[in-house]
Design a binder for this molecule. Structure first.
Ligand code: SIN
Length: 533
């Protein structure tokens, strides 16, 4: 059994920000971070565009950023949370700069601020087209400077511990559920180990891998959200799945799909039909820089009505040197599959990119389970509402990591380690004989979600998805109770849970709003709550 004061599951921006702030505030406590892969791998690392923050006070202010966030969120943002994140954001960004993160600058030394869909002004700090990688690098370095932070790599968290593990029957309405740590599979030894903690923080990122096309890495399997749901924690807004309008269409197929950052459109790239006609004027006066839900739906419509695989992003008119300077990886990636972006248009299509819903938290990252906090993409903090504004997610990770740490530092002395948690019971399980069953079910799941719970939904499609998901659920649960735990099987199980939550929330919402578009209910209603209570 491992014991620590604080257990953090996930080592991206939210997890590392929580750990660093806690280590600063409380050098007397022990903080353990578990990452399911190498510590450099996280959803954060894959962020291309950047981090939105009010930086140039001559052209921008908090009210503008708040208005853009609320507008994108289509009536479902929590305004108090939006204000907190946007007003605290620049301080958090300055901190990461002080810790060594680099952002691109103009010749005069000021920061080169980009613009993306839904932003009314330039406010996105970025490091070339690999901002997430740079932020992850700086955070890992900073975290390593604290002796009370221990990072354990290749530990796959299976379940959080609650009174359920002490034999008590819990429901989502049980008022006093508490979290005592987590069970995790050591991927090297294949043993399941117990991590007891006074407080646990879920920073496990998103779940893009429920779809066939996704910009999310293979690790984005919704583990934290699924664990929280199994532990009877509250989740909300799961129907709001953000599709990024422009993933690279690669005929060879790849997982994840390569992202063509929205910053490319901010830089002047124009969406066109494959015949070279601009089409966004039919959908929104902001053209290629309209909010993501609008652009993704427009592209989906063009693809379906024209019977093609993709549309095109035209960058042929842009300054070649400047483009390569800003987007070296995008340029190289396109070149590697035979696209010269100064001669050819880039073939693009929407791909699942971000979960706007998740574990319900308050303004300090507290969940409905005591001693359990959550931050980052796995949460529904109230910032994104029905549609996240581009480049607001790294900001949320920083702000909520910091705020969760502040709350934990104050509360932690009131908790003690729960000693009598039983070991994981693996009696009667055997090695899975056919891994193909797991990989095949994962493929089926992706097909179901992509075909029936994608950008445009209908009641019939949602019902069909639910029926097929139920079969997959039954088969996978049967496998789970008889098989030795493997990361693949656990990930499949988590993905099925997330797919169920997305589909079920989509069925609950009888309107079209933000990222949720159901042709059976094309209009908006005043308010619909899709919290899993
Ligand atoms: C992008 O670079 O287009 C992604 C930015 C984001 O998702 O916030």
């Amino acid at each position: 059994m491992h014991k620590s004061d604080v257990l953090i599951l996930g080592g991206g921006v939210a997890g590392l920000s929580t750990a660093i702030r806690l280590a600063e505030l409380r050098p007397d406590i022990q903080i353990t971070i578990l990452t399911k892969s190498a510590k450099e791998e996280s959803n954060t690392r894959w962020a291309q565009g950047g981090i939105a923050a009010v930086w140039n006070n001559e052209t921008d202010n908090y009210e503008k950023h708040i208005a853009d966030t609320l507008d994108a969120g289509d009536g479902l943002c929590n305004e108090e949370i939006v204000r907190i994140v946007i007003e605290e954001g620049p301080i958090r960004v300055q901190e990461i700069i002080d810790w060594g993160a680099r952002f691109d600058k103009e010749e005069d030394g000021s920061y080169d601020l980009g613009i993306e869909g839904g932003h009314s002004t330039h406010r996105i700090l970025h490091y070339k087209d690999i901002t997430g990688w740079e932020i992850q690098r700086a955070l890992i370095k900073k975290a390593a400077s604290f002796s009370n932070i221990t990072t354990l790599e290749h530990f796959f968290a299976l379940d959080i511990m609650t009174q359920h593990h002490l034999g008590r029957n819990l429901t989502r309405l049980t008022p006093d559920i508490a979290c005592y740590g987590a069970y995790a599979l050591n991927k090297q030894t294949k043993e399941i180990e117990e991590f007891l903690a006074k407080t646990t923080v879920l920073c496990t990122g998103g779940a893009g891998q429920i779809y066939r096309a996704t910009t999310n890495p293979m690790i984005a399997t919704g583990d934290g959200m699924a664990m929280a749901y199994r532990a009877k924690c509250r989740l909300a807004n799961m129907e709001f799945v953000q599709f990024h309008p422009t993933a690279l269409f690669n005929p060879a197929g790849e997982n994840p799909d390569f992202l063509i950052s929205e910053a490319v459109r901010g830089f002047g790239g124009i969406l066109k039909t494959n015949e070279g006609e601009e089409f966004m004027h039919k959908y929104d006066e902001r053209l290629s820089l309209a909010p993501r839900d609008i652009v993704a739906r427009a592209i989906d419509n063009e693809i379906k009505t024209r019977g093609v695989d993709h549309v095109s992003l035209d960058c042929r008119h842009l300054d070649q040197n400047e483009f390569i300077e800003h987007f070296p990886n995008i340029y190289e990636k396109c070149k590697s599959i035979g696209i010269d972006i100064f001669k050819d248009m880039i073939p693009v299509l929407p791909a699942c990119h971000y979960m706007c819903g998740g574990i319900l938290t308050d303004a300090m990252g507290r969940t409905s389970i005591s001693r359990l906090f959550a931050a980052g993409e796995c949460t529904n903090s109230g910032l994104h509402g029905a549609n996240r504004l581009a480049s607001n997610s790294l900001l949320e990770g920083f702000v909520f990591g910091y705020r969760s740490a502040n709350a934990i530092a104050e509360e932690i002395d009131t908790y003690s380690i729960q000693e009598n948690i039983p070991h994981w019971n693996a009696k009667g399980t055997t090695e899975p004989k056919e891994m193909v069953l797991i990989t095949q079910s994962w493929k089926e799941l992706k097909e179901i979600m992509s075909n029936y719970v994608g950008i445009v939904r209908t009641n019939v499609r949602l019902k069909r998805a639910m029926d097929r998901l139920f079969l997959l659920y039954q088969e996978t649960e049967a496998l789970y109770t008889t098989s030795k735990i493997s990361p693949q099987l656990s990930e499949l199980r988590n993905l099925i849970t997330i797919a169920y939550l997305v589909t079920s929330a989509a069925q609950m919402r009888r309107e079209s709003r933000g990222l949720h578009y159901n042709t059976d209910y094309p209009n908006q209603f005043d308010y619909q709550d899709t919290t899993f209570l």
